[in-house]
Write a protein that binds this ligand. Sequence first.
Ligand SMILES: [Zn+2]
Length: 468
Amino acid sequence: MSNFTIHNVVIPQADGYTTTDVQIVDDKITAIAPELNVTGTAVNGEHQLLLPGFINAHTHSSEMWLRGIIPPFPLELWLAELYDFPLLTPEKVYLSALGNAVETLLSGGTTVVDHLVLIPHQELDTIAAAVRAYKEIGIRAFIAPLIQDLPLSMGIPAGGKVQNHEPFFRSTAEILEFMETVIKQFHNPESGIHIAVAPTGTQLCTDALFTGCMELSDKYDLCRHSHLLETKAQEKLAQEKYGCSAVEHLQNLGYLSDRTSLAHCVWLSDQDITILGQTQSTIVHNPLSNLRLGSGIAPILKSRQAGVNVVFACDGASSNDSQDLLEAIKIGSILHNVTDFDYRQWITPRQAVEMASLGGAKGLNMADKVGSLEVGKQADLVMYNLNHLSLLPRTDPIGLLVLGRPSNVVSNVWVNGRQIVADGEITTIDVDGLQKELFNQSQWSVKQQSQITKDMEAHYRFVMGLGD
Ligand SMILES: [Zn+2]
């Protein structure tokens, strides 16, 4: 349990900013007021901005090994390229989880949702490696093992053509059994490690897999996660498979709830937005990967007006290709100014900060524990150095943080009261050693187009009406 008192730190209040002290006892915020007596360690907060930690609400950490290398393709062909790389090892999964966490922490994040890609036949070892990394570094982590029970080729609409698909290499029952083992072994919220159920999406999962995951979520009180309507092809596919939208289908299955967060939601109808609002589901907005893969611009302003909780994320590092949460928040805020002429709906920097912190917490069913600077909440806190050139000269600190290009401005981070960044440096792991490993276990290279993409491309172009 840690006790500390931050002195003279800048915090936002309704009509501006104030300089105050913040006291943390037993990992919880116990007082926010000027001139508090020191309890525990004294922390100098002078010329620093204190905010609740952000939530990086959707990523795939092991994609770090493939960032910057996959050519500009839409999701369906990009995925085929991704599958063409040699399998990772659990050791590499461990290193990329650490790398992902470092970048998230140093851009204001204190929680990460890792929709973790599993190494076939080493699924448990994959999860154990990520758990080890997140525990070591000390970031709060929701590990959502990425599961599917249909083969990749079924993720593209048939377009009226008869196609043959190889069955997926594991049965639905085996996958659900595996998930229950994972939950029993690793779900431990007190230690900062949560397991979430996360079928990858309706395009590659059966109803039975979604239903089984729902049952596990109810039985063990787990968050639910999934990709949803990321691409035009997925919208077409849902109509082919279900005769309705993927949102309506998930509602019919009962998957949508106040602890369900859904990555992307680019291709939503007005009816879909209404359903997401009614079910209190959360949209996880990944603006950079939506741009990188040409998926489209998610109807974020419309969704917010309909009362849907919208939060930000980086998405996997081979479709972004970074884990800078401040960058995702900036682009995710201002991107929508071009879709809606009514500037009164545009996202302000303060709203963006609230979406990234309290909104993110709400999407993970922990808004009562973290996400705001309030007495009684767990200390998931980030301090920003307002003396840094990228935050100068002095204007509106949150405006500069969201709309500017702050770099190296995170000075201190606490997760659950534990300090894991001090003076801009990660204190829990050896970052130099990590960099050395990432360097030594990779090489400079260029990707040649894979055979599997070539095989899929003609059909993809046909169903998307793109010509030869
Ligand atoms: Zn994703």
